[in-house]
Design a protein around this ligand. Structure first.
Ligand code: BGC
Length: 275
């Protein structure tokens, strides 16, 4: 099997399900992104049908294209452990096997913020950065990704830190700013409280801030005082898709490596038992 140059990324969000083929060198989409609104009842079956529709909009994709799906909850070996902003029926579902049955191909699922972090580390703001990087996505919830010397530590869920008796994302996510009609200064105070706590826990070398609102970073990032530099993400809305595709390609490579190693081991054992 030759090395994939294009992957396919799908990003499941609270309002839209988006997908596009991604150039694995540049992170750019090789065809225009397709977006279908997330079904009101966001059950696994309903969302899976939409994913199939998004995927089938693209013809002539290589049959063994790596497929990555970014999901707004922690993914533990393919199994959804929590879905704060989607239907509860997701909990306990193996999203990878479910989508593999539907699409007829290997699928790798990854938390959406982890996908964004992986995308930023591969193609964007955190490219070539070393040390400990903390990426936060500020949207309906707060997603987190921790990247240590280029390696993703998955499922950190730091948006759910309890701060001052509140689930952090309920106070500091972009949705809280909109819901409570906070001005930039008021919101920045909450972000300061949140990121200072994260900084106390992790001492990152770099903060990267993603999510749709990162487009307006000049309104709030300069108001934050952190020890480490705090910079906006570069991929904006593309981060989930590009990151999921790159993640899938990486996992495919890893699985092939393991399969090869096991095959060689088996061969060795066979040879040994014959002699
Ligand atoms: C979820 C995270 C997710 C984040 C952003 C949180 O509520 O628990 O898994 O990354 O929202 O979608």
């Amino acid at each position: 099997m030759s090395k994939a140059t294009v992957g396919f990324g799908i990003d499941i969000g609270g309002s839209g399900i988006k997908g596009a083929p991604v150039d694995l060198v540049t992170g750019e989409f090789t065809a225009e992104r397709v977006r279908i609104p997330t079904p009101r009842s966001s059950t696994p079956q309903a969302v899976a049908e939409v994913i199939k529709d998004v995927f089938s909009e693209f013809e002539d994709l290589p049959h063994d294209i790596p497929i990555g799906v970014a999901f707004p909850g922690p993914i533990d070996h393919g199994v959804v452990r929590m879905a704060a902003n989607l239907d509860d029926a997701w909990v306990g579902v193996n999203i990878e096997t479910m989508l593999e049955d539907l699409l007829g191909q290997r699928v790798h699922a990854v938390n959406d913020a982890d996908a964004a972090g992986f995308g930023e580390a591969t193609f964007g703001a955190a490219r070539n950065e070393t040390g400990v990087i903390f990426l936060a996505t500020l949207g309906t919830g707060i997603g987190s990704a921790l990247i240590v010397e280029g390696h993703l530590v998955p499922n950190t869920e730091f948006g759910h830190l309890e701060i001052d008796g509140f689930d952090a994302e309920s106070r500091a996510a972009e949705s809280a700013r909109a819901r409570e009609d906070l001005d930039w200064e008021q919101w920045a105070e909450r972000l300061q409280r949140y990121f200072s706590h994260v900084e106390m826990l992790l001492s990152p070398d770099l903060f990267v801030i993603g999510g749709g609102v990162s487009k307006h970073h000049e309104n709030f990032l300069p108001l934050l005082e952190m020890r480490a530099p705090i910079i906006p993400a570069q991929l904006f809305n593309a981060a989930g898709i590009a990151g999921a595709a790159a993640f899938a390609a990486d996992r495919d490579r890893y699985e092939r490596k393991i399969a090869k190693r096991e095959k060689e081991q088996l061969k060795k054992e066979k040879k040994k038992s014959k002699s």
